[in-house]
Write a protein that binds this ligand. Structure first.
Ligand code: 5GP
Length: 119
């Protein structure tokens, strides 16, 4: 991707240059605990290939990557601790979405009442 920053923190995690607390992994995606959890369960799911945004991922990823990524999200939300009580998926994107790390990721939040959606 033209604009992708190879030095972003998730690229470094994928290259094994910095550690993460891995939760699950498949050929196309990695799930790990957020370093600053906003809820008792706060897991990030990222594709292994370099996509900056949701739109870049959804428009350019191969079908196998799309399926692999969504399957891993599915496995994460099937974890007993959040499956029964509910959870929220968030993908902050770009400036207005307040995306801090420029590698596409989905936040999986749960383990408490997450309150109302913010509009
Ligand atoms: P964003 O605002 O881009 O949607 O979310 C980025 C998330 O990445 C934040 O929730 C932040 O706590 C998390 N994060 C930032 N740096 C690291 C890191 O080095 N390791 C892990 N595990 N999470 C990180």
């Amino acid at each position: 991707m033209m604009s992708y920053d190879d030095n972003n923190i998730f690229a470094k995690i994928l290259r094994g240059e910095i550690p993460c607390e891995k939760v699950l992994e498949n050929d196309h995606a990695l799930a790990f605990n957020d370093i600053a959890p906003q809820a008792p369960v706060h897991i990030l799911v990222i594709p292994k290939h370099p996509y900056e945004s949701a739109s870049q991922f959804l428009q350019n990823a191969a079908d196998s990557e799309l399926v692999g990524f969504q399957r891993l999200v599915g496995e994460v939300v099937s974890l007993k601790v959040i499956h029964d009580s509910g959870y929220r998926l968030i993908a902050n994107t770009g400036r207005n979405g307040r995306q801090e790390v420029p590698h596409y990721h989905v936040h999986v939040l749960g383990g408490r009442d997450l309150g109302c959606m913010v509009f």
